[in-house]
Design a protein around this ligand. Structure first.
Ligand code: EPZ
Length: 418
């Protein structure tokens, strides 16, 4: 099995370009099922999750072609089946995003129940509540969710929690429904806005994306378009922490500073110097970090997808900090791995108390989800000696060429067979 080896590295220096956002491109690819004409999606990150989503679309009848410049062409003149394949859906939760488009275009969908994962049960009850409000009859049996409707009719839907996936799935289903759909307490993440922009370019009528109330007025059909995916704000935050933890000086390019404000603010509280440019950030640190508390919240709060990376930073900060995880019920799997590296962390329910120490020790550790995997790489950059990270398939799901990007900044990191 391949593993990633990280050795203690000096301060990272140089520049790195951020790839297109994984969590924007996956729903946008699913939304391409709604388009009767060709869609070209640009700045698509070369990730395993994108390949899985491409396979799901092909299984439903889409022609998916990787163009020479890394763009994806998706053409679905007609959807051949309403049933998504078990072996693909259970590989990646995000493939559940095809349910909204299938219901919109075929008024029928049969999807395997998506599994939970290391960070929690991750139910889809809010997605189904939304579909039912649009007139869809939902049956769950033999591990499949089946949705059927004579037609979809707009309605007002209140989300008990501002779920990103539920907001996206319901928004897609509502694009071809009769009348107006209002999603209240909607998620406000930038990826929602990027999806709405893509859908509106196809001919949809969506207003309010990026706020807690989204209005979708149904239309007859959707055409094709060309769309460039927004940069990945979570990858951006990961490299910001890499600069902070190594006391480095890096310029991060292809960034929307407005998408990463809570992380900029929090790192400045720690004493990190951050210069904001139009589409880049310069992040400098002396390596001396002040311990600071953090609480994850739905956007525009501090992102849960950067909780583990920030915790990694706090393990070598001066003082104690409290990390509160409010979005997922089990997103502290990285704590035991950081502890193996000498970190001093005590979990108390949804909070982790981190007592900063002078230095971590390299160790054999294991990635439990993609963000925890990235955290272990960052910790390995400053730990004494070598850190060996196993189960690195998690990392490849969400980070484009992480070793080569870090190596170009001076990191000592390489991949080898176990
Ligand atoms: C998206 O997941 C992201 N994934 C996650 O990124 C991210 O952590 C999450 O949003 C929160 O920002 C993609 O966009 C592909 P949610 P999603 O629905 O849509 C509960 C990464 O590392 N919930 O906002 O699944 C749920 O259990 C991944 O890139 C329900 O209870 O997140 C969780 O506790 C990890 N019922 C909370 O809401 C539902 O029907 C947030 O989930 C739906 C969600």
């Amino acid at each position: 099995m391949p593993k990633i080896v990280v050795e203690k590295s000096g301060p990272l220096k140089g520049s790195v370009r951020i790839s297109g956002a994984k969590n924007a491109v996956l729903p946008i690819m699913a939304a391409a099922l709604l388009a009767e004409e060709k869609c070209i999606i640009e700045d698509v990150p070369d990730l395993k999750d994108v390949n899985v989503m491409s396979a799901v679309l092909r299984s439903l009848g889409s022609e998916v072609t990787k163009l020479e410049n890394g763009s994806l062409e998706i053409y679905t003149p007609e959807i051949k089946t309403a049933e998504a394949p078990y072996e693909l859906i259970t590989k990646m939760r995000a493939s559940f995003f095809v349910m909204g488009p299938l219901l919109a275009r075929l008024k029928n969908a049969k999807i395997p129940l998506p599994g939970g994962c290391a960070i929690g049960a991750r139910p889809v009850d809010l997605h189904l509540k939304g579909f039912k409000s649009l007139g869809v009859e939902i049956n769950i049996e033999h591990g499949y969710i089946e949705g059927k409707a004579d037609k979809l009719v707009g309605n007002t839907i209140y989300l008990d929690f501002p779920s990103v996936g539920a907001t996206e799935n319901i928004m897609m289903a509502a694009t071809l429904a009769e009348g107006v759909t209002i999603i209240e307490n909607a998620a406000e993440e930038p990826e929602i806005t990027d999806l709405a922009n893509f859908l509106n370019k196809l001919g949809a009528n969506i207003k309010g994306a990026g706020t807690d109330t989204i209005k979708i007025t149904g239309v007859e059909r959707l055409g094709g378009t060309r769309h460039q995916v927004i940069p990945d704000r979570i990858e951006t935050g990961t490299y910001m922490v890499a600069a902070a933890i190594t006391g480095g000086d890096i310029t991060i390019e292809n960034v929307v500073p407005n998408h990463i404000k809570p992380v900029i603010a929090k790192l400045r509280e720690c004493g990190v110097d951050i210069e904001e440019m139009d589409d880049a950030l310069r992040v400098r640190s002396t390596g001396e970090l002040k311990a600071v508390d953090v609480t994850t919240l739905p956007y525009p709060g501090f992102p849960t997808d950067l909780q583990s990376q920030f915790m990694g930073l706090m393990t070598v900060a001066n003082g104690s900090s409290v990390v509160n995880e409010t979005v997922f019920e089990n997103r502290f799997m990285h704590v035991s791995e950081l502890t193996r590296m000498g970190a001093k962390i005590r979990i108390e329910g949804h909070s982790a108390v981190v007592e900063g120490i002078k230095r971590l020790e390299g160790a054999k550790v294991s990635a439990t989800d993609l963000r925890a995997g990235a955290t272990l790489i960052l910790a390995g950059l400053v730990a004494e000696g070598k850190t060996e990270i196993h189960n690195i398939y998690h990392i490849d799901r969400g980070y484009v060429e992480i070793e080569s990007k870090l190596t170009s900044l001076g990191a000592r990191i390489y991949r080898e067979e176990d």
